[in-house]
Design a protein around this ligand. Structure first.
Ligand code: AHR
Length: 497
């Protein structure tokens, strides 16, 4: 048995969570839209063709906003193809994913879907083959009340009231050579700045996200970020980060992915602060981690000009869910700088929700940690003082116990998240809440199990589900609780304060 200690004081505060930290992403890609959220022939489809079984799971997940419509797809997308009478909309080649886009769902339908799903749109404008003018027209269509050509077209198309989309991405991964009309940093910096000016003139309430480097593995990282910010710092609000993790065969390395994510966040924040210093700026640009997840990218296969092909359909195991939980905790621990984070993606494509065309829907293993964090990790993020043994990994030393602590907005509950990444040992955790005053452990949810590679399937949808542990017999002595976390377990504990 390993030993660890965690000391928590409510005056050791990291920051407040922004609700957009619990966001997700739907791209016109694979079966995310067609066969995912929209399937008019499905027995459970509503009058607009949206699958109600999927809607129910999205609502249950507690997704604050959904980035839309891409992704790589964005850089070749003309949003005007997706409005007006459906029978007049063009079928187009989607060059990003080598697929056919039928344009049956566009911004108007997606807005209706978000209302039904209890979420909001995080918009995105095309900086690949799109222009600053197109971006301005989309914003005018969505957010301008009326009395102009584009806003009146929205009203004519059935939406009298503007959508009020607050957060917008200016392009996607524009430093990636795979991007349609990829740009060099200077070119993107100028284009993004001019687009931002147009967008803020049209609606001064919007918040804008400029593309950071698509990956810390690219040689242009982090100079891309610096250059882009030198052009745009005064005009934008957030810099984007993307990162996906994959198990390359060493479970310890994979389990400590959260260490790498933390380093990445801090390095990008430092890059922003360097530009802030150069510019003598008062304003702080924050981070939008608008694509994060586990993605078995090396297993993706080629396909040819299909409509809604079954691509990027990863099946997540218990091990993936543990790694995923660690990443989610790291986002919470960086809530002072990471204001927006999008689980990429939401349905079918590297997603927590998985459907059968014409059939069932299931929750993948990663569904549960996202739901738990989205439900309990909102509020004041604390900085716990942790002592834990470490293991050597490709990311450096990783603590065997990864911790996050959040006090709920009403101050009545403390939520503590503990990830034990030891493959062999339980950890006895001495949890010191003595500085808080009286507290009671009211619930303990644990995700663990005998088969690390178990996955939820249509036949066995509950192979990986969290369980509640009994807490009645667990009390504190002088404010110190002693609890035991199982090897390879993710734990979410709630204390009434
Ligand atoms: O989420 C899948 C893809 O990953 C997105 O389209 C792109 O932005 C990223 O490379």
């Amino acid at each position: 048995m390993k030993k660890a200690s965690v000391f928590i004081d409510t005056s050791l505060i990291t920051g407040q969570t922004d609700d957009r930290l619990f966001s997700s992403f739907i791209e016109h890609l694979g079966r995310a839209v067609y066969g995912g959220i929209y399937e008019p022939d499905h027995p459970d489809a509503d009058g607009q063709g949206f699958r109600q079984d999927v809607l129910a799971l999205v609502r249950e997940l507690g997704v604050e906003s959904v980035r839309y419509p891409g992704g790589n797809f964005l850089s070749g997308y003309d949003w005007k193809d997706g409005i007006g009478p459906r029978d007049q909309r063009p079928r187009r080649l989607d060059l990003a994913w080598h697929s056919i886009e039928p344009n049956l769902v566009g911004i108007d339908e997606f807005y209706d879907w978000t209302v039904k799903a209890g979420t909001k749109i995080m918009g995105a404008v095309n900086m690949g083959n799109g222009t600053p003018k197109d971006a301005g027209e989309l914003l005018e269509y969505c957010n301008f009340p009326g009395g102009t050509a584009w806003s009146d077209l929205r009203r004519k198309n059935g939406h009298e009231k503007p959508y009020g989309i607050k957060t917008w991405c200016i392009g996607n991964e524009m430093d990636g050579k795979w991007q349609i009309c990829h740009l060099e940093a200077d070119d993107y910096g100028k284009k993004a700045r001019e687009t931002a000016k147009i967008m803020k003139w049209i609606d001064s309430s919007v918040e804008l996200v400029v593309c950071g480097s698509a990956s810390s593995d690219l040689p242009s990282y982090p100079s891309w970020d610096r250059t882009v910010l030198e052009y745009t710092y005064d005009n934008i609000d957030y810099l984007s980060l993307h990162h996906y993790y994959e198990n390359h065969g060493n479970d310890d390395d994979f389990l400590s992915s959260f260490v790498d994510m933390d380093t990445f966040i801090k390095r990008v924040a430092s890059t922003i602060d360097y530009v802030k210093t150069v510019k003598r700026a008062k304003k702080t640009v924050n981070l939008s981690f608008d694509e994060w997840n586990i993605w078995y990218q090396s297993q993706d296969k080629d396909h040819d000009w299909l409509e809604a092909p079954a691509i990027l359909e990863d099946h997540y195991s218990l091990l993936d869910a543990l790694v995923f939980a660690g990443l989610g905790m790291t986002l919470v621990n960086n809530a002072d700088r990471v204001k927006i984070a999008c689980l990429a993606q939401l349905v079918n494509v590297i997603a927590p929700i998985f459907t059968q065309n014409g059939g069932k829907v299931i929750r993948q293993s990663i569904y549960y940690p996202f739901k738990e964090l989205s439900t309990h990790a909102r509020g004041t993020v604390l900085h716990p003082v942790v002592r834990s043994e470490t293991i050597e990994t490709c990311y450096g030393d990783a603590p065997l116990l990864h911790t996050a602590a959040v006090v709920s907005a009403d101050g009545r509950e403390l939520h503590l998240f503990l990830l034990n990444i030891s493959r062999t040992d339980s950890q006895q955790v001495s949890l010191n809440l003595s500085s808080i005053g009286s507290s009671t452990l009211t619930s303990w949810m644990q995700l663990s199990g005998p088969d690390l590679h178990a996955v939820n399937t249509f036949e066995h949808p509950d192979a990986v589900v969290p369980r509640m542990l009994p807490v009645d017999a667990i009390g504190a002595e002088h404010g110190i609780y002693t609890i035991e976390t199982a090897p390879l377990s993710w734990n979410s504990l709630t204390f009434r304060l």
